[in-house]
Design a protein around this ligand. Sequence first.
Ligand SMILES: [Zn+2]
Length: 95
Amino acid sequence: MSDEPVITPKRFIAGAVCPACSEMDSIKMWNVDGVPHRECVQCGYADTLDERGNSVAKELPTRVNVSALTPKKPADPKIKAVQFFPNPKLKKHDD
Ligand SMILES: [Zn+2]
């Protein structure tokens, strides 16, 4: 039998955004017997596309999907910034 699948080399897709981690330019794409496969090198997300171009996830992520839908709020930079008020009592007396 010479029924081996035709697999194209994996290529990065410029500008593609990972549906799981929203990382850009992290998606590799290749074909297996004409079926497009995708893979994210950042989070490991992988899926295939059916003949209609619909995404078919390879594995059912347990919590990855949930966290992708409700991303953590970025930390408020104002909280990190420590405001420094010089203590006037420490001023040198120049008399
Ligand atoms: Zn990803």
